[in-house]
Design a protein around this ligand. Structure first.
Ligand SMILES: Cc1cc2nc3c(=O)[nH]c(=O)nc-3n(C[C@H](O)[C@H](O)[C@H](O)COP(=O)(O)OP(=O)(O)OC[C@H]3O[C@@H](n4cnc5c(N)ncnc54)[C@H](O)[C@@H]3O)c2cc1C
Length: 496
């Protein structure tokens, strides 16, 4: 038995595609309305300009998509997605220098954003009761009883090259991304203004795509797949580039994105400035990898990165007949790699709510918003913890200067203790991987007595110079490729 005749999903990007998978089993028909013409393969398109930048798909997000479309992960890998272990496959430059390479808990499937979307799109196209209407630009919603206890969204209006159209719907899903106008349309229909929480830490990304030399053509020192340079915490004189967060991000097809990002610093826009900035980074190794590769794009710059949470859950009565997923409800500073995963998890919550619902009434709408709030709080808390420490940040969630200074002084050192302790203590490694993947909040991790005990022991052993694994390898040299995993030497010997 279905819960309704038709669901209309507004927006056909990651959140909309996940939502289509979530609602398909519970309605006779799903229609996805997408303004762009969608490419048959993995290509950039106008509505998703952020696809030109690295997109980390966290394990929680990948699992959520896999729950909606079983076999998604296998499809992504078959299409070229690369399953990697961060501590083995990443050359990671922290404050003191390169970290030692060894096995660890943090793993991920790396792929371009356009490939992730293409694999998802293929799965939606296989749903027997789903249609994707391309070139369909949503212009408004139909409602009844706006703002009253049972006010309801009843349909969607949209325009196509052939003219204006309207579709009635038992459920409408807002997956229109950051720029969604739905909260304005609800106000126009009689609902009160939706409270919005914001914090814009003025993060800017610049990215350029590269074809890599084949593995055989690379030097022996290029063992890594991914290179990450963390911002310096050195308070002395240094070029602004030392404060960049930098990724040489691997993707399918032997390609990488060279990406530099910052909180509140002017970023290079031209190819010449991009190359010159890369040469002023904390290590020459990043620019060397760029120079050994072939650029295939111009420099792409994005500033649309503020945290923004539309709190529909705080409305006195929730609009019935509508659900919200993805950036349309909550967008994050992309440094933490959370957006797609939060979108996929919101869609899973929508599916779970539909699974246990008998009607799409006020209690369904309120229950879903409450479940999403609980889930979004984990990612939101992580973004707030660091972004609030930046003086350049603006928005409703800024804190007084004294609090900001404490946060600024604490968050990076704390992060360094956690990443350092991750190398020494598997319990910290496992919990930190869970936090990174949104499977656990940072608060939960910091309340875990085993983690706290390990952090304390790490601090003491570090002060006494008694750590097991070396760290702080010279940043001017190539990242060392030796595998420090206990037993690795013996394994290598056995293989030789
Ligand atoms: C620089 C940058 C880097 C990022 N890095 C990461 C990362 O590492 N990991 C991660 O998980 N996330 C990352 N994100 C966030 C991620 O891109 C978003 O969270 C994710 O794309 C949200 O998907 P969405 O479907 O909600 O919205 P969007 O992807 O923005 O899609 C909205 C869709 O709605 C369509 N649309 C808009 N208006 C209309 C209309 N009127 N009618 C019909 N269709 C319409 C658009 O064409 C588009 O297809 C990054 C974002 C940025 C900006």
């Amino acid at each position: 038995m279905t819960l309704g005749r038709r669901a209309v999903v507004m927006g056909g990007s990651v959140a909309g595609l996940c939502a289509a998978g979530a609602v398909a089993p519970y309605v006779d028909e799903v229609v996805v309305l997408e303004r762009d013409e969608l490419p048959p393969d993995a290509r950039h398109r106008r509505g998703v300009p952020q696809s030109k930048h690295p997109h980390f798909l966290l394990n929680s997000g990948r699992r959520a998509i896999d729950a909606l479309f079983p076999g998604f992960e296998a499809d992504l890998i078959a299409a070229g997605g690369m399953p990697l272990v961060a501590s083995m496959d990443t050359a990671y430059l922290e404050g003191p220098g390169w970290t030692p390479r060894k096995q660890g808990a943090l793993s991920m499937v790396y792929a371009s954003r356009i490939l992730i979307e293409r694999v998802l799109r293929d799965r939606v196209r296989q749903l027997p009761n789903a249609t994707v209407r391309e070139g369909a630009s949503v212009t408004g919603i139909d409602t009844t009883g706006g703002g009253t206890p049972h006010g309801r969204v009843t349909g969607v209006r949209f325009s196509t090259p052939d003219g204006d159209e309207q579709l009635d719907a038992d459920l409408v899903v807002d997956a229109l991304g950051r720029g969604s106008s739905v909260s304005d349309w609800l106000v126009a229909a009689g609902w009160p203004e939706t409270p919005v929480k914001t914090l814009d830490a003025k993060v800017t990304y610049v990215s350029r795509w590269y074809d890599l030399p084949s593995p055989a053509e690379r030097s022996d020192a290029w063992w890594w797949q991914h290179m990450v340079l963390m911002p310096t915490q050195d308070k002395g004189e240094h070029p602004p580039e030392h404060e960049f967060l930098v990724n040489f991000f691997p993707m399918e097809g032997n390609r990488s994105i060279a990406c530099m990002g910052s909180w509140g610093i002017d970023m290079p826009r031209t190819v010449e400035d991009f190359t010159a900035s890369a040469e002023r980074l904390r290590t020459p190794q990043f620019a060397a990898a760029m120079a050994a590769s072939t650029p295939t794009s111009e420099v792409h710059l994005t500033r649309s990165t503020g945290n923004k949470w539309r709190r529909y859950d705080l409305l006195p009565t929730a609009p019935e007949g509508i659900a919200f997923v993805g950036d349309a409800i909550c967008g994050f500073n992309p440094f933490y790699g959370q957006g797609m995963s939060a979108a996929a998890m919101s869609a899973v919550l929508l599916r779970d709510a539909l699974r246990s619902a008998t009607t799409l009434d006020q209690s369904f709408a309120k229950g879903l918003l409450a479940a999403q709030r609980k889930n979004l709080k984990v990612a939101w808390g992580m973004a707030m913890a660091r972004d609030r420490g930046y003086e350049c940040a603006t928005g409703t969630e800024t804190v007084p200067a004294w609090q900001r200074r404490i946060l600024a002084a604490m968050t990076w050192p704390m992060f360094n203790v956690i990443t350092g302790a991750s190398r020494e203590y598997p319990v910290v490694d496992e919990h930190f991987a869970r936090v990174f993947n949104l499977d656990e909040s940072i608060g939960q991790m910091m309340r875990n007595p085993r983690v706290l005990w390990a952090l304390l022991r790490f601090k003491v052993r570090s002060a006494l110079g008694r750590l097991t694994f070396p760290y702080g390898f010279d940043s001017q040299l190539a990242p060392p490729g030796k595998d420090w995993t206990p037993g690795a030497d013996a394994r290598e010997g056995a293989l030789a």
